[in-house]
Design a protein around this ligand. Structure first.
Ligand SMILES: [Zn+2]
Length: 299
């Protein structure tokens, strides 16, 4: 914490950090690609060639913010330090924000940044299964369940251990939905392990090496232990962070947050996690307020 406070003691230091992240090889004009610029006041740079005016925050989620970048960094630091995720109330308290709404909006913007743009798909051997999250009653496979979200859980298995994961919400457990999710999260040619559910039939025709490791979809020994372990952790995390509430329209963000944390669980350095999240926040486009409004305000 002390190190963080010293590192980002001033707004200037925070802007410098962002500048380095955006332009590690030095300034490059986003319009014409020219490498020289005049530094203007307020973090602005004018391209020496085409005179385009830009800044380190332009085109990132920090664009148009009225709050100091320092405060955003503090929010990210807080977010990366919470093992079970952060909630809007906690963030509001830590940052001393007057408005709960601001804190809630920031949290949603930062959750968006947790999805790495153009992230790579899983490969090697991947276990795939679905689970219901949210709601109160257990859901039935292949059909929708009221108040629940059906999530496809994809887990890479490397040398007998759990590697990276991908989570994808689907409308139902039909063939097209499941295949769509797998295509989205897993590289073609990968060996995919599933149970015998008919929705997975045809994966081999889609370009995967499909192995059914359990014929019965309901009974028998647990032959997909890795994916089941991840499902158990996901449910525990949701329970600890959101008291199990996970209602539309925003469940995807929570799944992204879990994925971000899970895939970096072995990263011992909190600084590295912070770096990664700032980097991703700088790499995604600004999030329009209209895309965030209308969510569950009690989260
Ligand atoms: Zn230019």
């Amino acid at each position: 914490m002390l190190e963080f406070e010293q590192r980002f003691a001033t707004e200037e230091a925070s802007l410098d950090y962002l500048f380095q992240l955006r332009w590690p090889d030095g300034f490059r004009c986003p319009r014409c690609g020219h490498r020289q610029a005049w530094a203007m006041k307020w973090n602005l740079y004018r391209c020496a060639c085409c005179h385009f005016l830009t800044s380190a925050t332009a085109g990132t989620i920090f664009q148009d913010t009225k709050k100091p970048l320092r405060l955003w960094f503090r929010a990210i630091w807080h977010l990366t330090s919470q093992k079970y995720g952060a909630n809007a109330l906690g963030l509001q308290r830590v940052l001393g924000l007057g408005s709960y709404h601001t804190s809630w909006t920031w949290l949603h913007k930062l959750r968006r940044a947790m999805v790495r743009p153009g992230r790579d798909r899983l490969s090697g051997t991947v276990q795939v299964d679905e689970t219901y999250i949210g709601g109160e009653k257990p859901g039935k496979r292949g059909r929708g369940a009221a108040g629940k979200a059906l999530v496809v859980v994809m887990v890479e298995v490397k040398e007998g251990k759990i590697g990276r994961i991908r989570l994808r919400r689907v409308p139902d457990a039909s063939g097209p939905s499941l295949k769509g999710a797998v295509k989205d999260g897993v590289d073609l040619g990968t060996t995919v392990h599933t149970d015998g559910w008919e929705g997975y039939a045809g994966l081999s025709k889609t370009g995967y090496v499909h192995e059914v490791v359990r014929e019965s979809a309901d009974v028998g020994k647990n032959l997909l232990p890795k994916v089941n372990r991840v499902i158990a952790l996901l449910k525990r995390w949701l329970l600890g962070t959101y008291q199990g509430r996970l209602q539309p329209p925003h469940p995807d963000y929570y799944l992204d947050e879990f994925t971000f944390r899970f895939n970096r669980r072995t990263s011992r350095s909190r600084g590295k996690l912070f770096y990664r999240l700032v980097q991703q926040a700088a790499a995604i486009a600004p999030v329009p307020a209209k895309d965030i409004r209308g969510g569950t305000a009690d989260l």
